[in-house]
Ligand binder design. Structure first.
Ligand SMILES: [Zn+2]
Ligand SMILES: [Zn+2]
Length: 207
């Protein structure tokens, strides 16, 4: 998919898990923030996993909105089909709004960038950390109230910024989905993983 979209894949998810000593076949929960091509590949990487997704995201990605090029551009049919297959094999858990996945981990529908986009809140030793995914691509989006051009609903984007801040114990604990600064603000998970895998339950350096 990276090649098709002229994006170079440098660090595949499988390699990242291996670097942490995590066997993908032992993972039993995968939270899918939304179904854009850069957030839902690796169809067969987690053979045991149940996938957690918002109702609205699946309805959006399989319904009338996909008749329009402007709306379907960030989706890939094979990604969506792969998720439909998982529905039919009983491996998708649907949520509508807020839900607890395991104690201390909740999902929250934000919408905005994609109709059923959900962010994830995790209780850590430092309080609540929020994995925004594309609810804010960069720190500059949430900090400056700026809008990423690819947007389904503008109101939900800006309301979403407020929700993310409310969900996190402090604004600095909102982690954007695409900001390279995440890799410098947080410490490496282990020596040797600098610039690749970081601990989001640590205190981030302030910009
Ligand atoms: Zn996206
Ligand atoms: Zn994205």
């Amino acid at each position: 998919m990276g090649k098709k979209r002229q994006r170079e894949m440098i660090k595949p998810v499988r390699d990242g898990l291996a670097a942490l000593g995590i066997a993908p076949e032992k993972i039993n929960i995968v939270i899918v923030s939304h179904l854009h091509y850069d957030h839902c590949g690796n169809y067969e990487l987690f053979p045991q996993a149940h996938y957690h997704l918002q109702d609205r995201e699946m309805a959006y990605a399989t319904g009338r909105c996909m008749c329009h090029q402007a709306l379907r551009a960030p989706f890939e049919v094979e990604d969506v089909v792969a998720m439909v297959r998982k529905v039919f094999s009983g491996r998708v858990a649907f949520h509508d709004g807020e839900a607890e996945i395991v104690p201390g981990v909740t999902v929250h529908r934000i919408g905005g960038h994609s109709k059923g986009l959900q962010s994830v809140r995790v209780k850590t030793r430092l309080g609540y950390v929020v994995l925004a995914a594309d609810a804010t691509h960069l720190y500059a989006h949430i900090d400056g109230g700026r809008i990423f051009p690819l947007t389904y609903n503008l109101e939900e984007v800006v309301e979403g910024y407020a929700t993310l801040k409310k969900l996190a114990s402090a604004p600095r604990h909102v982690v954007p989905g695409h900001d390279p600064a995440v890799l410098t603000r947080y410490p490496a998970a282990k020596p040797g993983l600098e610039g690749w895998i970081v601990r989001l339950d640590a205190e981030p350096k302030q910009a």
